[in-house]
Design a protein around this ligand. Structure first.
Ligand code: CMP
Length: 139
């Protein structure tokens, strides 16, 4: 039970074989992984997913990076999932992330920051339906 958030294990993390280690942290933190798949986004798909950032200076690099290798997308469930995940992810820029957070421990840079998590319940719903049908989500 609880609420849902969309998580992405990014190419820098799948490249370094960190999927299992990140999943162990998620489960220890109280999340249930109620949907999960590995895929590789093409450039157009990355541009669509990150459409809200299309005017930002980092948009092109971000879309190139996110389509550079496989990602693992997942639906996480726990009470207050969006905020709880943001807590254990740490700050976008790993240089600013707290000790013990996923980004502090694993991220390579502000771009290659290992994981993505939705920033609001509204965006969680949009991002979950971007990758998953209801049939693929088993709570
Ligand atoms: P994410 O949570 O996936 O949302 C947008 C992503 O853009 C962010 O994580 C980073 O990977 C990437 N990014 C690259 N540069 C910046 C920046 N200067 N500010 C914010 N996000 C950035």
């Amino acid at each position: 039970a609880g609420t849902r958030t969309l998580s992405i294990i990014k190419p820098d993390a799948t490249r370094r074989n960190l999927t299992g280690e990140i999943n162990a942290r998620l489960e220890k933190a109280g999340f249930r992984i109620i949907a999960q798949k590995r895929l590789r986004m093409d450039r157009a798909m990355a541009e669509k997913f990150y459409d809200v950032h299309k005017e930002r200076s980092f948009f092109n690099d971000l879309c190139a990076f996110m389509s550079s290798d496989p990602i693992v997308v997942q639906v996480l469930e726990c009470p207050g999932a969006v905020l709880r995940y943001r807590d254990i992810m740490g700050a976008t820029n790993p240089a600013n992330a707290q000790e013990g957070t996923i980004r502090k421990d694993f991220a390579e840079s502000i771009e290659a920051n290992s994981v993505h998590g939705s920033d609001s319940d509204e965006n969680a719903a949009r991002e979950i339906s971007f990758f998953f049908s209801e049939m693929e989500i088993v709570g």
